[in-house]
Design a protein around this ligand. Structure first.
Ligand code: ARG
Length: 475
């Protein structure tokens, strides 16, 4: 019979027992559940609701159970329905009556909300650290890239040359924003529901501030109904995961393109590539593709929870039990993706010569040739048309605009002088883009410094987070 079996004449059916059980998922939260129970029982003793001896016995019993689960020697029984029942039932088997006093002034509704918030904090913190590691790898790659130039593209067509470091730093800024979203998700989770009991609070003299502090929560949730019903913190976490996954997917797509024969901009290390079972020559960017693929899964987890909470009346409803699987999956999947991406970026070879070679055909200096005329007095629109004709001439001859003889330029406009060659040099084209945030080497050096400062600030944020209860690995 379940722990709530008193008012029933029959046990739950086998099918519904299995259908209603969340143990296979929420056993991952065993550390959080034990921490919550220890904090609750210590507070009950401090408030004189249970004796100090009972609280000590509860604490010792729970620590023993935690050690057993950590060591993988705890036999979970599906008949226990969820991690809360599982641990409480085992505690009472081990320490007797004191164990049966643990649940005084508490409901599984505030218990599960507490456990889930503790888990969300731990997961957000892990992801924040993983986010910083990937940014480290990208910043290092940007530093290593030096003056390497690649064809910047719009519509996947050659547009203007940019520093490879500039391109990589764009991803660093995307990840810096992802970090902020994770920090916001951490903060959303950082409030204690414990003491809300089933939905209305209790008649026991609970000290909610004490349990909140004991568990490392920044604050107490002010409304007991909201405390047991709110899952926004999981939505925030899954949204943060989703946007970050989308960013990794975009980078993955570029890696797949860059490592193709057509581009050849990078070569992935063997450790981050796979072969084909039939084509001996193949070296595939499987892991970049898989990160791109797993993005669908992470975003799907967010969609699932949004749909699950839509239309739920206050307060706890069993639907809410469907909240944890997706959140754990999203965080776990993203954490794997971040680790793999960090390794991939840290070990690829950049083919700078190849990047330069492909820029011999795309007329990447065309904008600068038009700017050359505009700076000598021609209205820009007119200059655009003049250079458009030069590009057409070059296209017909199968050469780049930079390879046209000076006479062609002179025939197109009297304003062209021999110094036009300077405007055609791709390094000069890059160096000329001196706008703040532009690709000129001096600007990129400034940007690199800003990125490093943001990283140090975010690393300090991680150090200053409120305490977390780390996820256990034993279940
Ligand atoms: N396993 C449940 C969950 O994950 C715990 C809360 C159950 N509460 C209840 N009143 N049935 O949401």
């Amino acid at each position: 019979m379940a722990l709530w079996g008193g008012r029933f004449e029959q046990g739950v059916g086998e099918l519904t027992q299995e259908f209603g059980a969340s143990l296979p998922v929420d056993k991952a939260l065993y550390r959080q559940d034990i921490a919550g129970s220890i904090a609750h029982s210590a507070m009950l003793a401090a408030q004189g609701v249970i004796s100090q001896e009972d609280a000590d016995a509860i604490r010792a019993g729970l620590k023993g159970i935690e050690a057993d689960i950590d060591a993988g020697r705890f036999a979970f029984d599906i008949n226990d329905e969820d991690i809360h029942m599982s641990i409480e039932a085992e505690l009472t088997r081990r320490i007797g009556e004191a164990g049966a006093r643990l649940h005084t002034g508490r409901s599984r509704n505030d218990q599960v909300a507490t456990d889930t918030r503790l888990a969300a904090k731990a997961l957000a913190k892990e992801l924040m650290s993983a986010n910083l590691s990937l940014r480290d790898a990208l910043v290092q790659a940007a530093r290593d890239a030096g003056g390497t130039v690649l064809p910047g593209m719009t519509h996947l067509q050659h547009a203007q040359p940019v520093l490879f470091s500039h391109h990589l730093l764009a991803y660093v800024w995307m990840l810096a924003r992802d970090f902020k979203r994770l920090a916001a998700a951490f903060d959303a989770a950082d409030a204690s529901p414990l003491g809300a009991a089933a939905l209305a609070g209790t008649s026991y003299p609970l000290d909610r501030g004490m349990t909140a502090e004991g568990l490392g929560f920044a604050r107490v949730i002010p409304n007991s109904l909201d405390a047991v019903s709110d899952r926004d913190f999981l939505l925030d976490l899954e949204y943060a995961c989703s946007v970050m996954a989308v960013h990794l997917s975009r980078l993955s797509e570029e890696i797949v393109l860059w490592s193709s024969q057509e581009f050849g901009f990078i070569t992935l290390s063997d450790a981050f590539s796979t072969g084909s079972s039939i084509m001996p020559q193949k070296k595939n960017p499987d892991f970049a593709e898989l990160i791109r693929g797993k993005t669908g899964r992470v975003v799907g987890d967010l969609m699932q929870l949004l749909m699950t909470v839509k239309g739920l009346p206050l307060a706890y409803n069993k639907d809410l039990q469907e909240d944890k699987e997706g959140a754990l999956d999203a965080a776990h999947t993203l954490s794997q993706c971040l680790a793999v991406m960090t390794g991939m970026v840290g070990t690829w070879t950049v083919n700078a010569d190849r990047m330069r070679a492909v820029m011999r055909k795309g007329h990447l200096a065309a904008t600068d040739v038009a700017d050359y005329l505009a700076k000598r007095g021609m209205p820009f629109r007119e200059a655009h048309a003049v250079v458009g004709h030069l590009v057409l001439t070059a296209e017909k001859r199968g050469v780049d605009i930079a390879d046209l003889p000076f006479e062609e330029f002179k025939a197109a406009s009297e304003l062209f002088e021999p110094d036009i060659t300077g405007a055609l040099d791709l390094d000069a084209v890059v160096a000329a883009r001196t706008t703040e945030g532009g690709t000129a080497p001096a600007r990129v050096a400034e940007q690199l410094k800003l990125a490093e400062e943001a990283q140090s600030a975010d690393a300090r944020t991680v150090e200053n987070l409120t305490p977390v209860v780390e996820m256990g690995q034993g279940a």
